[in-house]
Design a protein around this ligand. Structure first.
Ligand code: 8ID
Ligand code: ZN
Length: 343
């Protein structure tokens, strides 16, 4: 049976992107109703991912819903659910992530590779996301949030944290080995440093500017290379690894093509280059000879699963400001939006 909290409003505040390119409109829109296998989640906090800016800009070769409510790092509580929505009760604390719903029946879904499902619905991309007070998601794809985690702290984990944790696992780097994180001072990067440290890895951070350098060092990078200042990035990255042979793995989380063409030159022989960032219209490039003769493994990694960070909290009406800073490359760490009535 479908259930809902006794007094749900008919309207809510949302940041709506009316068409590709924006600008955003902060306005009231109807509160949606859950389908049979969905829950309605009252969002308290939402992270802001660079993906949200890509969506607004129409950067990628997959169609984006317009008008669109973006956002895919939402933390909140269930206030209504459809008659086939099992596993959760009203009032449960949950996370809404990038994968909003999938078929649950295809080969990929059956093998826990739901992000690869051809029918995957994407929060804040193919369906409205978490830059609104009330958001829908298939209950199978909600993440239960333990009572002990703070909603503002956990929000960025629902995309950035999950993605970099998965990327580090995909790199197969082992404790004691060295990973270079390219774009280390951004949302994904700052979380990647923390996960890498927690997994016993040594981190070389690569990003630009003193603010990002300080943040990276404070979070646990043992070396930092400023791509805006170095004269020979490849040589500097190699030199920063303790034996001079280069990092065992490279996590590419930057939003520019250059690093994607460069990483194979400094990764250690037999090492892995893991592409995660999604700059518009970009290509990966690597010398065939080196890739073969140095046994380099180049792969992509797309979302996945996990935990915590230090973040700034700003109110929902300030989303356009966050996007502007992101465009200018001035975001250090992750911004988290606070919904108008969050505690
Ligand atoms: O599942 C996935 N693969 C996935 C999941 C989530 C996000 C992919 N992403 C993608 C986003 O769509 C985006 O393209 O990862 C990318 C990074 O997202 P973000 O961390 O949310 O972006 P940010 O906070 O703007 O950080 C980007 C950092 O890259 C640095 C910037 O200074 C910034 O700190 N950077 C750039 I732009 N060019 C650089 C360069 N040449 C660079 N750092 C080093 N070298
Ligand atoms: Zn994201």
């Amino acid at each position: 049976m479908a259930t809902s909290a006794p007094s749900l409003p008919k309207e809510q505040w949302a940041q709506v992107c009316p068409k590709v390119g924006g600008p955003l409109e902060y306005k009231k829109i109807p509160v949606p109703k859950p389908g049979p296998d969905q829950a309605l989640v009252k969002i308290q906090y939402s992270g802001v991912c660079h993906t949200d800016l890509h969506a607004m800009n129409g950067d990628w070769p997959i169609d984006v819903k317009m008008p669109l409510v973006g956002g895919h790092e939402g933390a909140g509580t269930i206030v209504a659910k459809g008659e086939l929505a099992t596993g959760f009760e009203l009032g449960d604390r949950v996370g809404v992530k990038w994968i909003n719903g999938t078929c649950l029946n295809c080969d990929f879904c059956e093998n826990s590779d739901e992000p690869l499902c051809a029918d995957a619905q994407l929060s804040g991309y193919t369906v409205d996301g978490t830059f609104q007070q009330y958001c829908l998601a298939q209950t199978a794809h909600l993440t239960p949030l333990p009572k002990t985690v703070k909603m503002d702290k956990v929000a960025p984990i629902l995309c950035a944290g999950i993605t970099v944790y998965k990327g580090l696992k995909e790199s197969h780097a082992r404790p004691g080995q060295v990973v270079a994180i390219v774009g280390a001072g951004g949302g994904l990067g700052t979380l990647a440093i923390q996960y890498a440290n927690a997994m016993g890895l040594r981190v070389i951070g690569i990003d630009g500017g003193d603010e990002k350098k300080a943040a990276c060092q404070q979070l646990g990078c043992e070396a930092f290379i400023d791509y805006t200042k170095t004269k020979d990035l490849v040589a500097d990255v190699r030199a920063a690894s303790p034996d001079g042979l280069g990092p065992h793995a490279v996590l590419l989380v930057a939003v520019s093509e250059g690093p994607f063409q460069q990483a194979a030159s400094y990764v250690r022989s037999r090492g892995s280059v893991v592409a995660i960032g999604l700059p518009a219209h970009a290509f990966l490039k690597a010398p065939v000879f080196d890739t073969v003769a140095r046994m380099i493994n180049i792969k992509g990694s797309y979302v996945g699963n996990r935990r915590d960070a230090k973040e700034a909290v700003v109110p929902l009406e300030e989303l356009p400001k966050v996007f502007e800073l992101m465009r200018q490359g001035k975001i250090t760490g992750r911004y988290v939006l606070k919904m108008p009535d969050a505690e």
